[in-house]
Design a protein around this ligand. Structure first.
Ligand code: HQG
Length: 182
């Protein structure tokens, strides 16, 4: 079993469709690791997955997508389920970055940055991570610079996920600028 395939399956279960696995997330997105494991093991492609394999996957992954605490597991970001995952807001760095496609830019400067199919907008403290996120959909992505501290002072909530990901609700256009890469 390739780690990437397992990671994608767990992301799908914990971010997008827990009911397909007979799982119910609590309001912070947690579910018993044992329940996830049993659900995965019912699928022939994942029948031999063990708890240790999941823990190792989390440990070695370049992106920290999941966390485990007290026998429970959750996706740290990326949710699209209708039940909103509750987070504790915190003060963001001065700037956060968002990588997107050239096609989206006009609409973003018209409508603001919106979660679209997810619960939150995804941002990063580093340009490089934003670039990699944008590159999933555009070989030459556009990097947007968000004046996060200013937005925070004006009452917009930001939530820390890990050292590469912050999330927020919609960001109005007046806090968004194109990053000058020259
Ligand atoms: C765009 C992956 C038009 C937005 C990634 C983005 C990330 C607008 C797309 C994480 C818009 C939504 C999240 C507007 C926003 N008009 N387009 N007003 N507002 N958009 O996938 O940030 O590898 O939901 O720019 O790496 O790309 O799966 O969000 O292009 O960390 O762990 O709408 O998911 O993480 O796309 O990616 P997404 P994202 P994993």
């Amino acid at each position: 079993m390739k780690d990437e395939k397992l990671s994608k399956k767990i992301s799908y279960a914990l971010r997008h469709a827990p009911w397909e696995f007979g799982l119910e997330l609590d309001n912070q997105g947690w579910v018993k690791l044992q329940f996830l494991l049993e659900a995965l093991n019912k699928n022939k492609d994942f029948s031999k997955v063990t708890e240790d394999q999941i823990l190792k996957l989390i440990r070695i992954s370049d992106k920290k997508r999941f966390e485990v605490l007290d026998g429970k597991i959750r996706a740290i970001y990326g949710h699209s389920i209708s039940q909103k995952i509750q987070r504790v807001a915190s003060e963001p760095p001065e700037f956060l970055f968002h990588g997107t496609t050239n096609n989206n830019v006009e609409s973003i400067f018209k409508n603001g940055l919106n979660p679209i199919l997810r619960q939150y907008v995804h941002l990063s403290p580093e340009v490089e991570t934003a670039f990699q996120v944008g590159k999933r959909r555009d070989i030459s992505p556009v990097i947007l610079k968000i004046r996060a501290k200013e937005a925070f002072i004006a009452g917009i909530h930001f939530y820390y996920c890990n050292d590469k990901v912050w999330i927020s609700n919609s960001i109005p256009t007046n806090y968004i600028e194109l990053l000058n890469c020259n």
